[in-house]
Design a protein around this ligand. Structure first.
Ligand code: UDP
Length: 326
């Protein structure tokens, strides 16, 4: 069992990770500044430290005194249109603070690091599912802030006793099957979360951002991955690093895309009535299509998703949202 630091462990994906780790008997320390995280989502078995990963005077003693062996780094800002409006905030939160954290790891001899990267590093998305080796040309500051961090990791691994796995997440959705945590970020912007809120009549209608993309029905296409399957990717990456495995960059997606309209249909089936929608202008920074080619993570880490079904994802996101209502 290992001592693991989870940054952003009070956030959506980090809180699922923390539960998965404590369920397996690991000793987990969570650092989160609660800027968007929710204290109540942190697994009670984990140690919680409120603070900022950009604060070296906090992080270095934590790594040292808790004998941290591996860091799983989720803390960061994730909203593409916000990154277009406030690029410097994104470069600060996502790139500069990651640099500080990586530097602290190198200084303290913590040589295993898992990083939350993103499909947004690919940019426009090609007409084929994205391979890790495809050209990286992010079209928004969010994707650029994450790609820069990947480069920092790559160079650090060449120079120091430091190994990492960067996981490029496609569109993460759904919630813990046991209902312990889910997407709770205030002012949520992600499609499935917002559609569930409309389904529960907490918003009058869902805006579809763009009906004129060059896709099969004119709406944006994404590869939605259940958060439980994404967490499994991290557990495999952790095993890989603990066994002494080499640095890797891996896509996390199913290889199948759904349009916004197809997601709307899935939510409509879930509630047994049509979800009210309205076509709105395109959102800044949105590519038409992003789909993963997941061959590498399947062959190199043996990942086998267990929830690759849009209805499952929607049902679990909806169940969480209903619980929020109660
Ligand atoms: N989207 C939408 N209405 C919403 C939220 C999102 O039409 O209220 C679209 C968005 O334009 C994109 C897809 O849904 O095509 C997924 O967006 P999301 O914000 O969930 O994730 P992103 O791909 O931006 O990370």
């Amino acid at each position: 069992m290992a001592n693991i630091l989870v940054t952003g462990g009070a956030g959506y994906i980090g809180s699922h990770m923390t539960y998965a780790l404590v369920d397996r008997g690991h000793s987990v320390t969570v650092v989160d500044n609660l800027s968007t995280g929710v204290r109540g989502l942190v697994a009670p078995q984990a140690e919680f430290v409120e603070g900022d990963i950009g604060d070296e005077t906090l992080v270095r003693p934590l790594l040292r005194h808790r004998n941290i062996e591996a860091v799983i780094h989720f803390a960061g800002s994730v909203v593409v249109p916000d990154s277009v409006e406030q690029p410097l905030r994104y470069y600060n939160n996502n790139t500069m603070k990651s640099l500080t954290l990586i530097d602290a790891c190198v200084q303290e001899g913590v040589g295993k690091f898992i990083f939350s990267s993103t499909a947004a590093v690919y940019g426009m998305g090609e007409d084929h599912p994205a391979c890790e080796s495809d050209e990286k040309s992010p079209i928004n500051p969010y994707g650029r802030s994450k790609l820069m961090t990947e480069w920092i990791l790559e160079d650090a691994a060449k120079a120091y006793d430091f190994r990492y796995v960067a996981l490029r997440y496609f569109n993460v959705a759904g919630a813990d099957p046991q209902g312990r945590t889910g997407q709770s970020t205030p002012r949520a912007t992600h499609l499935i979360k917002k559609a569930c809120q409309v389904a529960l009549q907490r918003a009058p209608e869902l805006e579809i951002f763009g009906g004129d993309f060059p896709t099969r029905d004119g709406t944006g296409i994404r590869d939605y991955i259940h958060v439980s399957d994404l967490i499994e990717c991290h557990l495999l990456a952790l095993d890989h690093l603990i066994k002494g495995g080499e640095p890797k960059v891996l896509n996390c997606g199913y290889g199948q895309g759904f349009s916004v309209r197809e997601v709307v249909e899935a939510v409509s089936r879930q509630i047994g009535r049509p979800l009210p929608v309205r076509i709105a202008p395109r959102r800044a920074g949105d590519p038409a299509q992003l789909i993963a080619n997941p061959s590498r993570i399947r062959s190199e880490l043996g990942w086998r998703p267990a929830h690759a079904d849009l209805s499952d994802i929607v049902a679990s996101a909806y169940a969480w949202e209903q619980r929020q209502n109660a």
